[in-house]
Design a binder for this molecule. Structure first.
Ligand SMILES: Nc1ncnc2c1ncn2[C@@H]1O[C@H](COP(=O)(O)OP(=O)(O)OP(=O)(O)O)[C@@H](O)[C@H]1O
Ligand SMILES: [Mg+2]
Length: 383
């Protein structure tokens, strides 16, 4: 069954999709291709339009404009039940009076399928709940109920499974287990999963491709590692993991490297890692890419590295890593994560230090207004 499905599924296309509620565009001219058979995450802060996007794909909400198609087939005006799409919501919405077997069988019974047993049993096996077939939903844990909801949707063999914060109600440990479980199920069946979440770690661990959404639009799209390593906007740099950002001005450019002055300090960023077209450039670096040295060791900084001096104002030991907060001469703080592989002394609060990182780990973002607007948005979103 899984094999058949893999052959049949085609890409999901959203083209110029817009949804307005009054004057507000909840989804704003969204164009996106979701590759067939991929695990795709829509990641964004509360209110950015994730659920509205899913509801339009599911046929539960009419777009104000734009098109939705699967392969060549335009499904924009199809009714919800006519679409090869199923949805799993955060509230599992299982039928409380039916046992697990009948919950999973529901879609087949409604389509008057005669012998439901083999398909239902296969689904229960897929989600590892065969032993619980005769229990009622209330007799299952949250994670088990969520797996029933997934089985109940997948038994209809949709081309696309939409998951709207499906793990939101689970505690952290169960959430991590279910992330692995859902990923396994997706790999086994090969159905296209579109998974909505505002949890960046969840999106990174599960998805083949992430679309970072902000105010109804896609800010950046790509595989988790490339978005993390090379964010293209301030919003993405702050929303997906943490970043240290310095607003500066271009002083020179050659084929390989751009020189940027920020707060009287010169930074190098590879030309190909710079997303800014103008001369206002925000320099960025992830906290784990930075090395901290005691001030007397400053001659150990490799030639050509971006280098700053500062004073340690906070040290927090977090098991696998130590997190430093370091104040720079112009009052800005930077965050550094150091892996705890070194035996012996760490830096202490009050120490004068030198921090450095390779230009290869530096990224350049468009400067100017964006820094303020996007930072405010990120703060409003609680990230
Ligand atoms: N039926 C509606 N009527 C009016 N405005 C709506 C309606 N549904 C959603 N909105 C607005 O559209 C915007 C996007 O909402 P949506 O539910 O898509 O966000 P979301 O990204 O799913 O957020 P969350 O992470 O909180 O679930 C919000 O500003 C919301 O208030
Ligand atoms: Mg939502």
């Amino acid at each position: 069954m899984a094999q058949d499905r893999k052959h049949n599924v085609e890409d999901l296309h959203l083209v110029d999709l817009t949804k307005k509620f009054g004057e507000v565009a909840a989804v704003d001219d969204l164009t996106l291709t979701i590759p067939a058979g991929s695990f795709f995450a829509l990641l964004g802060a509360s209110g950015c339009g994730k659920t509205t996007t899913l509801r339009m794909v599911a046929g539960l909400e009419d777009p104000t404009s734009g098109r939705i198609s699967i392969g060549e087939k335009d499904i924009t005006s199809l009714r919800a039940f006519q679409r090869p799409v199923n949805t799993v919501f955060q509230s599992y919405a299982l039928f409380p009076h039916l046992d697990i077997f009948e919950n999973v069988a529901f879609g087949l019974r409604r389509r008057k399928v005669k012998n439901v047993e083999p398909a239902v049993n296969a689904m229960l096996e897929l989600v590892e709940l065969s032993a619980m077939a005769r229990r009622k939903p209330t007799q299952l844990s949250g994670g088990q109920q969520q797996r029933v909801a997934v089985a109940r949707a997948l038994i209809n063999e949709p081309d696309v499974l939409l998951l709207d914060e499906p793990l939101g109600a689970l505690d952290l440990k169960l959430r991590r287990q279910m992330q692995i479980e859902l990923k396994r199920i997706q790999t086994e069946v090969g159905t296209t999963f579109v998974h909505v979440t505002h949890d960046q770690e969840e999106a990174m661990t599960m998805a083949d491709t992430i679309a970072v959404m902000n105010a109804g639009r896609i800010e950046q799209l790509g595989d988790p590692a490339s978005i993390y390593e090379l964010p293209r906007t301030v919003f993405v740099a702050n929303f997906l993991g943490q970043s240290n950002l310095f607003a500066g001005t271009r002083v020179s450019t050659d084929a390989n490297m751009i020189e940027v002055m920020a707060n009287g300090t010169k930074f190098l960023v590879p030309t190909e890692r710079n997303a800014a077209s103008g001369d206002e450039i925000i320099i960025g670096v992830r906290p784990e890419k930075i090395t901290v040295l005691d001030f007397p060791d400053r001659e150990k900084v490799p030639t050509g590295h971006n280098t700053l001096e500062g004073r340690v104002v906070d040290v927090s030991y977090a098991g696998v890593s130590t997190q430093y907060l370091i104040t720079l001469p112009w009052g800005q703080n930077i965050t550094v994560f150091e892996q705890n592989v070194v035996v012996g002394d760490r830096c202490n609060v009050g120490d004068q230090v030198v921090v450095h990182w390779s230009p290869e780990h530096t990224f350049g973002l468009a400067g100017g207004e964006t820094l303020l607007v996007s930072t405010a948005q990120a703060l409003a979103a609680g990230v």
